[in-house]
Design a protein around this ligand. Structure first.
Ligand SMILES: [Zn+2]
Length: 812
């Protein structure tokens, strides 16, 4: 018996569970139709009721039109509210009824909305489902929302028509309203439904008491592709709902997932699972550029609150617009440049919007690129002929002048030239056209807005308007029907003066700027930057030309870094280029191929690349002597460490000019007047080096030895020296010492003791001993060589002073 009672109770449990919740009223057809009739009577003229078609069981598909008849409809927005899932999704319908009730109320926002908008409400699209079947499909098996029948889709998406509309009278009724009104906004309401329940699970009330759902604004559970194109509309509605105490969801943000497409499909399960299907509510968007919003409704008052947020948007000017209304007038976009609907009121803009929306695939958009301060532009071709003109740069003279006056490199078009040239069809525009550009300043002055070179007046209907909104100064150009371009080419230019100077260009921290002499480099821009003297990307130099009547002497600088680091801007850490220019001395600083580049190319020894590049760069510079007013007889080579070694090699090597070469640059001399170097290596012969400084360790890497440390490459280099004799003869500076060598000044500043041959040194690679040994070699040949170090008893000097002194002293 006890068991029998338990079985009996378990059968009843769904019903018993219901009693926990407050009863939910099930709206009847009589109450529904009766309410609509009541409103029509209670609010004559404000509420207009009509039947737009007949659903099953002779139940009309009603349209309730709410607007203030004392205000002309010319400038009103049109908002359509439908319930394509009504029936099982009951709160869509009851939400629409609650919203209609609010629209007819004395709430000041409702009063304002009636003056500014026509609100079209179809509270129950599928009455048979709502009041009888509680299932999605109508009596012919068609779901008006998904647009599916018993054998799949009833939509032909290309022609935007449905098969056998007689079997889908509910959907046909909605489409007829969209066609008639071409609304700005279409909000389709969904909600809690009974489609999951069998009748015996619902009890005598035929309702599931206490049923709610997670509300979503701007999208339905079923199709995330149906939502406003501007998420700020969704956010405004969510905010309005939240203020009334009803939180709702927006999909990507809350799911923390982004869009994905075919290439991301393998990651699909991890990523956002959007379903971009065509559903019936896409119809208005596809045909009339209607903004579509779907919403899930659990509580009718939540829907009313969120719809109030939407109505506000329709009543007011959108964030960056001047006229009140929904943000629906942008028909085409290319990087912040827009084609917009033309019109003096909502009706004209609607007609223009629909016309341009259906023609816009023929438009080609572009603008002058890259963009620069003080100039903005937009070019739009609406015909095949205009597209060809853009490719051929056939613009009106005034436009050509605007282009020529600016630094932009090109008219950047959204479509490639081949596509523009292949165009054969023209857009047909009869209702005017608008264009929008945005200037990123609050109050720019001296606006000079032109269409095809013709200056426009600041006149709304035929000219331009400008206003500050959404952070930009908006510039709207309006072309009325009678002024449409015959050839379909619209080139809009806008010159202006910004009202503020904004810095751009990030600066590294002070410590880094100091390390790389950044400020000095920036303050001393070169006459020629990255001038190529060879095909490799490192074969470049910067050249500063001094202003002078007479040919100027030249400092030829080679940076250090072991032929494998740093670059030509290193000059600013060791020399004051500005001071040379002021003294009438020109300057060149070179980049050159590194040992690693030579190793990669299997060039042995790799040292020949940086050294030959130094010679080639010098020849290249000399070849420009006439053009650049350089004094070929007064070129001083300078450099630090490896750059000093290169300088000495260049200076001591016989002239590499090849008089017979077909290449004019190869015929140039490689001689220099003198060298001023800091901590250079005059010799790379390992035997010589260990004789001079027993702890020598530098040079192996320049002859192809690879290792983590200098000593690691030096030891095998020394051991194998015999194999490198020919290379050392060619590439070690000292091998080329001869009586005709130019004089050398060598500076070292970090010595901790007087330089003595045969003693170990703190920094053997940069020791003054190396300079002393060079001096010992050159002096007997009659070549002047001066070695400066902290223990020489003379006043301290710098490469700068040495170069200035000798280049100026040697003035003819
Ligand atoms: Zn639904």
């Amino acid at each position: 018996m006890k068991q029998l009672i338990l079985i009996f109770l378990s059968l009843l449990s769904p019903l018993l569970a219901q009693e926990k919740h407050a009863p939910m009223h099930r709206l009847t057809w009589e109450e529904y139709a009766g309410t609509l009739a009541h409103w029509r009577k209670a609010f004559p003229k404000v509420a207009v009721l009509e039947s737009r078609g007949m659903s099953g069981q002779n139940m009309p598909v009603y349209l309730l039109k709410i607007t203030d008849p004392t205000v002309k409809s010319t400038d009103k927005q049109v908002c359509l509210v439908t319930t394509l899932h009504s029936g099982p999704e009951r709160t869509g319908t009851t939400g629409a009824m609650a919203f209609a009730e609010w629209c007819l109320s004395d709430d000041p926002l409702a009063v304002e909305t009636r003056k500014k908008q026509i609100v079209l409400i179809m509270p129950c699209v599928n009455p048979l489902a709502m009041f009888y079947t509680d299932r999605f499909r109508n009596e012919h098996g068609i779901d008006p929302y998904a647009g599916t029948g018993r054998v799949g889709k009833i939509w032909d998406v290309k022609s935007l028509t449905i098969n056998k509309p007689e079997n889908a009278p509910e959907l046909a009724a909605v489409l007829s309203v969209i066609d008639e009104y071409q609304p700005e906004v279409h909000a389709d309401l969904h909600g809690t439904g009974l489609q999951e329940y069998a009748p015996d699970q619902l009890g005598s009330r035929r309702m599931y008491q206490g049923q709610i759902m997670t509300e979503v604004t701007g999208g339905a559970y079923s199709n995330y592709a149906l939502r406003p194109w501007d998420w700020r509309v969704t956010e405004a509605m969510i905010a309005a709902g939240k203020e009334a105490g009803f939180p709702s969801d927006r999909f990507e943000a809350d799911a923390q997932r982004t869009f994905w497409g075919p290439e991301l499909a393998p990651l699909g399960k991890k990523l956002w699972h959007g379903m971009p299907l065509f559903y019936s509510a896409h119809y208005g968007y596809a045909k009339y550029h209607t903004m579509v919003i779907t919403q899930e409704v659990a509580w009718e008052q939540s829907l009313v609150a969120r719809m109030k947020g939407l109505m506000k948007i329709g009543n007011e000017a959108w964030l960056d617009e001047k006229a009140a209304g929904y943000p629906v007038n942008r028909m085409r976009h290319f990087v912040g440049h827009f084609v917009t609907a033309y019109g003096r009121n909502a009706t004209e803009r609607r007609a223009s919007r629909v016309e341009l929306w259906n023609q816009q695939s023929e438009f080609a958009l572009g603008f002058l690129y890259p963009q620069t301060v003080g100039r903005e532009s937009l070019v739009v071709a609406t015909t095949a002929a205009a597209k060809k003109k853009i490719v051929a740069k056939e613009f009106p003279e005034a436009v050509k002048k605007f282009i020529a006056d600016g630094p932009e490199l090109k008219v950047a078009m959204e479509a490639p030239n081949e596509q523009l040239l292949a165009a054969t069809t023209d857009a047909t525009i009869t209702k005017g056209i608008g264009f929008r550009m945005r200037l990123p300043y609050r109050a720019p002055t001296k606006l000079d807005v032109r269409l095809n070179g013709r200056a426009l007046k600041p006149v709304a209907a035929d000219g331009y308007e400008s206003w500050f909104a959404d952070g930009f100064t908006q510039v709207q150009v309006n072309v009325p029907p009678q002024k449409l371009a015959v050839d379909g080419l619209y080139f809009i230019t806008c010159a202006y003066e910004p009202d503020e100077q904004r810095p751009n260009g990030w600066m590294p921290p002070a410590e880094v700027r100091k390390l790389y002499a950044t400020d000095k480099a920036d303050a001393t821009p070169a006459t020629f930057v990255d001038l190529a003297y060879g095909p490799h990307f490192r074969q470049t130099m910067d050249v500063w030309l001094a202003k002078s009547e007479k040919p100027t002497p030249v400092v030829f600088y080679i940076h250090g870094g072991g032929w494998g680091a740093q670059d030509k801007t290193d000059i600013h850490q060791h020399l004051d280029v500005r001071a040379f220019l002021d003294a009438g001395i020109s300057v060149a600083s070179i980049n050159y191929r590194f040992l690693a580049d030579a190793n990669a190319a299997k060039v042995t020894p790799p040292l020949q690349w940086p050294l030959m590049d130094a010679a080639r760069a010098l020849q290249h510079l000399r070849s420009k002597a006439g053009e650049w007013n350089l004094d070929q007889t007064r070129i001083a080579a300078s450099g630090v460490s490896a750059g000093g070694c290169s300088s000495l090699w260049l200076a001591m090597h016989d002239d590499m000019a090849d008089a017979k070469s077909a290449d004019p640059i190869a015929r140039e001399s490689t001689r220099v007047l003198f060298t001023a170097t800091k901590a250079p290596q005059p010799s790379l012969d390992p035997k010589q080096l260990v004789e001079w400084i027993p702890n020598s360790e530098y040079g192996g890497h320049a002859f192809g030895y690879i290792g983590k440390t200098r000593p690691e490459t030096f030891a095998p280099f020394l051991a194998n020296r015999e194999k490198h004799l020919a290379d050392l003869r060619e590439w070690s500076p000292l091998s080329h010492a001869s009586a005709d060598d130019p004089f050398a000044v060598i500076l070292t500043t970090k010595e901790d003791k007087p330089p003595v041959k045969g003693e170990a040194q703190k920094d053997p690679t940069h020791s003054a001993v190396l300079g002393v040994m060079l001096e010992d070699t050159l002096k007997p040949l009659g070549v002047k060589c001066e070695v400066r170090h902290p223990f020489d008893g003379k006043p301290e000097t710098t490469m700068q002073e040495v170069l200035l002194q000798h280049l100026n002293l040697s003035k003819p």
